[in-house]
Design a protein around this ligand. Structure first.
Ligand SMILES: [Zn+2]
Length: 292
């Protein structure tokens, strides 16, 4: 069986542009779809949702809760596309993580052991803090560069992209190693690696995502790695009529085709089930399945 991790970044709408939480309204429909398709998923949730919207967790009881920061702040270096988002000191990062972990554990009545960095920006200092706090894994990197570990790995404390001796493991998000340059009218040039996520499903459709998975599996077979896939999405991508489409500062790929998110997701799930013998697992379940 090939483990597939469905991961859902559960956060404010199109961070850092909006502070609303309208996307949360679609979590019950998403978990109903997951139940129909026998999917156990991992929800990376911001701590503030644990505090302000504890009712969401009633729908997440069959799934894993991970941490996605406190208010979706930055845990690595600032890059130009992040606009007004600012960098935090190590002390501020640790405070946010301690608080977020507490709020999430209180709201979910479970232990939180996994982290996904907001904006997929993480550095070695944050990994060290996570390890100090008892986190077991991070899932904030992509598999998309040649030379980067393509499998689950223990990072080095001085180089997050190299294998080393940290206790926590990195679970990289799947990205097609062969499709470097893709184009879509709504997509900024910095986003042109084919990532296995709902955004690319919305922009390019089911067949393109299946093709990316075939390429990922071919590369894993070539490297003699156990096959696995990590798919990710945002809670707000499920909004069929997102109000942020009327805000000219929000890039169009953040709302393009959101009215088809549910039907695309359902078709995609059914199609990959037909194609491969897969099991949808939480991160701890997948690590056990892969004997890591
Ligand atoms: Zn996020």
């Amino acid at each position: 069986m090939i483990p597939v991790l469905m991961t859902v970044d559960t956060e404010q709408d199109v961070a850092p542009y909006f502070a609303s939480h309208e996307g949360l309204n679609y979590i019950p429909s998403l978990t109903a779809l997951f139940e129909r398709e026998k999917i156990q998923a991992t929800f990376f949730v911001t701590g503030e949702i644990g505090e302000k919207h504890p009712e969401v967790f009633e729908h997440l009881e069959d799934h894993e809760i991970g941490c996605h920061g406190l208010h979706h702040e930055l845990y690595g270096r600032k890059t130009p596309w992040l606009g007004k988002v600012h960098e935090l000191s190590l002390g501020e990062r640790k405070d946010c993580l301690v608080k977020a972990t507490h709020l999430l554990e209180r709201a979910s009545h479970t232990e939180v052991k996994g982290f996904r960095a907001p904006y997929f920006q993480i550095d070695e200092a944050t990994l060290t803090i996570l390890e100090e706090l008892g986190y077991g894994y991070d899932s904030s990197l992509y598999t998309y560069r040649y030379g980067w570990p393509f499998a689950v790995y223990h990072p080095a404390s001085d180089d997050r992209l190299a294998r080393g001796s940290m206790r926590l493991v990195e679970i990289p998000v799947s990205c097609d190693p062969f499709a470097d340059e893709i184009g879509h009218p709504t997509l900024p040039s910095s986003r042109r690696h084919f990532r296995l996520n709902l955004t690319f499903l919305r922009l390019f459709g089911v067949d393109a995502c299946i093709k990316a998975m075939e390429n990922i599996k071919t590369f894993q077979d070539f490297l003699h790695l156990p096959p696995f896939f990590v798919f990710w999405m945002h809670s707000w991508e499920l909004h069929p009529d997102p109000p942020w489409k009327n805000d000219p500062s929000v890039p169009a790929y953040l709302y393009w085709n959101c009215d088809t998110s549910f039907s695309l997701l359902e078709s995609f799930i059914k199609e990959i089930k037909k194609r491969w013998k897969i099991c949808f697992l939480t991160a701890p379940g997948a690590l056990r399945e892969m004997r890591i």
